[in-house]
Ligand binder design. Sequence first.
Ligand code: CTP
Ligand code: MG
Length: 170
Amino acid sequence: MDVSGLAWNYVDLLVIFLPAMVANGAPVIFKGKTPLDGGKKFIDGKRVFGDGKTVEGFLIGVLAGLIIGLFEALVTFNNNFLYIGLLGGLGAMLGDVAGSFLKRRMGYERGEPLLFADQLDFALCTTLFYYLSGVEMNLYALLLIYLTIFVLHIGTNRIAYNLKLKDVPY
Ligand code: CTP
Ligand code: MG
């Protein structure tokens, strides 16, 4: 699968990050019940991930990434986007879990805000996945994508709060 050279500019990168962005938002709408960590505590006595990370949410996020990738593949006639969708969905969900793992280790309770980690954990992990898969990303365009995701995340979370999908506006 050749996905190298796909991303050179901001708009291309937006398309490539869209599966991850949708994946990250999907569990907020379709909330799960089964905690990914099975309710278990880490060696520091705090939860491994916490109740905010569920099996159902994780799977729905990966599926959402795949669906966006499928859509992009159909629109562009480029099957590489199926791969981008899977990588984006998986990268986003694993990054989200990694973010919560770090938050718990730092002593933050589930849902307590942690600036930058909350908004960018999924985007950073997705970047790593894409990078390891050979997707070429222009650094400046990438920084602009992070800025976009940061602003969008704050905006969409406020909307989710107003729609009563979230208990807190961040
Ligand atoms: N969610 C889920 N499963 C996931 C990720 C998210 O069910 N794998 C749902 C949970 O209901 C979660 C909500 O989406 O509360 C918002 O996600 P997020 O803000 O990432 O979680 P927080 O509750 O803020 O927890 P944390 O402090 O661990 O980030
Ligand atoms: Mg949160």
